[in-house]
Design a protein around this ligand. Structure first.
Ligand code: AKG
Ligand code: FE2
Length: 344
């Protein structure tokens, strides 16, 4: 039997579908998901972006309120074409169902990463039930980067290129609306490299023989400005923590899930929340999710926006100013303790 550590999880599960969960994937009792799909009646807000300009102020209020209360919302009528959403999901599902060797070969040029469990498999105390493909998608020089993306399935670059362009437009539009609501200049995120380094992260969670023991993704907050997530239409898995309670983000076909990242929490001086979330696994169905992270360039300065402190504002800045590079170093070394590190 091929050692599990040498394979991507999707391929291992294909060969060993009737196996029990290996002990290296069993979460300690306190981290196990417990009741898998909670229906406490709480759902994250669903916001219709399709209204005409008369509804503009109301839409901004809805987005702002959802970002303050939950740090998460779903958007419908967002302008990204449904066929493109179907196509991109199909491409990623095809990618993850290719033989391990072929997938690794497509990601061997140093720009894309393909890994199983967490980013550093050998350092995971417990493994996570997923494989992940990730690559940069810089908006200013797409042609230069696309040639480093996987070239299989054969339409990968074309479909993913178009998709990232469309999702970026949506992400920037949402950021603009948040700026308007917060009282920050609308172009804030177009300046200082703040949105110049987006990346695409595609997770694949194979079916798991016992989802009560495992996690697909540990509890975390995103180290991004904002994340635009496309989730599988029919398979649940994503959960958000609110008021110490986990609740599911049930998929709505053709909606996007939007969540506030820790960087936007800082920029908004703590008004918007980078909420904790995690992913549970599923007994029968594989789940694929596609996250587009809007990230700054390394030199960008992350700090509460100066626009919040003008006109006699009595607010105090809650967070230190630091470069994105410094933030990342803190984030990856301090993990959950990062909050105290960032505060003034
Ligand atoms: O798979 C998901 O639904 C969530 C992914 C996620 O939270 C992340 O990539 O940061
Ligand atoms: Fe996340």
């Amino acid at each position: 039997m091929e050692a599990m550590d040498d394979m991507l999880l999707a391929n291992w599960v294909n060969l060993h579908s009737s196996m029990k969960v290996p002990s290296s994937y069993m979460q300690p009792p306190e981290a196990r998901p417990g009741t898998l799909f909670i229906s406490s009646g709480k759902t994250i807000p669903v916001i219709d972006l399709g209204g005409n300009h008369h509804h503009h102020a109301e839409t901004i209020n809805q987005i702002l309120k959802a970002s303050e209360d939950y740090g998460f919302f779903q958007v419908i009528n967002h302008g990204v074409c449904r066929d493109l959403m179907d196509d991109v999901m199909k491409v990623f599902k095809e990618f993850h169902s290719m033989p391990s060797k072929e997938k690794l070969n497509e990601c061997s040029n140093g720009s894309c990463k393909l890994y199983t469990s967490g980013e550093n498999h050998r350092r995971d105390a417990v493994h996570y039930w997923k494989d992940t493909l990730t690559h940069p998608c810089p908006p200013s020089s797409p042609q230069q980067y696309i040639k480093y993306w996987p070239n299989k399935p054969s339409n990968y670059r074309k479909v993913v290129g178009k998709y990232t362009e469309e999702v970026r437009k949506l992400g920037m539009k949402i950021l603009e609306m948040l700026c308007e609501g917060l009282g920050i200049r609308r172009e804030y995120f177009l300046c200082g490299g703040l949105s110049e380094n987006p990346s695409l992260v595609v997770h694949h969670y194979p079916p798991c023989p016992d989802p009560t023991l495992t996690l697909g993704l540990a509890k975390h907050r995103d180290p991004s400005i904002i994340t635009i997530l496309l989730q599988d239409k029919n398979v649940r898995g994503l959960q958000v923590l609110k008021d110490d309670e986990w609740f599911g983000v049930d998929p709505i076909p053709y909606a996007f899930v939007v969540n506030i990242g820790l960087l936007l929490q800082i920029i908004s001086n703590g008004r918007l929340i980078g909420a904790e979330h995690r992913v549970v696994t599923n007994l029968r169905n594989a789940r694929t999710s596609v996250a587009y992270f809007i990230n700054p360039s390394n030199e960008s300065i992350i700090e509460p926006a100066k626009d919040l402190f003008v006109n006699g504002s009595t607010q105090k800045t809650m967070y230190k100013s630091m470069s994105y590079e410094e933030f990342r170093t803190n984030f990856f070394h301090k993990g959950p303790k990062i909050e105290s590190e960032l505060r003034n």
